[in-house]
Design a protein around this ligand. Sequence first.
Ligand code: ARG
Length: 240
Amino acid sequence: MVFLYKTTHEGQTRRGLFCGGSIVEPLHVVTAAHCVERLLETEIKVYAGKLDSNIDLIEPYQQSADVQLITIYESFVSETFHGDIAILTLDRPLNFTKGVKPLCVPRSGNTDKDLKPRPAKEPSFKYGMVFGWGVTVTQNFRESRVLREVKLPIRKQSFCTAAHPGMTKLMFCAGGLLKQDSCQGDSGGPFALWSARSQKWWLAGIVSWGDGCGDPTKPGVYTRVGTAVRQWIYNNTNIE
Ligand code: ARG
């Protein structure tokens, strides 16, 4: 898990942490397209191995890298957030340590059922984990200082599209129980599924959008890392 830090003051967004991302191999980070579509490579710094969002507080596993190239998913539509995924190519490889690790990306042909962001028959749910430094209290819009995680149920696509008419096939929704949700600042971060079969965490979704935060009737929306998106990730990275 990494966070994206904006290094400049110009433009609409301020300096500081603005989104999350997932390491998929030493030189590549996956994030949301809407996080980076209006930015230049030189405006983004990637911080890995951090728990605290304060970049001046040096933590044991901390590493940072500059961005050499932003690659936005070819069918991303910025008005609807359809295909909200991008890849950042770093200027130098991250070292994998206890505190800096990649998340697995399923191959397109992978048949492990654990890796499908498909809801179980309600009321029993299939759960994924979301990580980020996003807003915890919507009243003050203050981002979290420490990295947080939450376990969220994947909801039925029909329930999701009823709650969010703007949803497309490249999205799924999760949450809506216990008022738990992702929120502003969490975008780009992983929605990860645990596979009992491989004993590993896999990237199944990316924090993308919502309508407010924590509203039980409006679960957060995630980019679906399905067959086409997985293939695109493999084509644009050096994952083996
Ligand atoms: N678009 C937001 C971001 O840029 C993510 C919002 C997710 N919202 C939600 N209710 N789950 O950080």
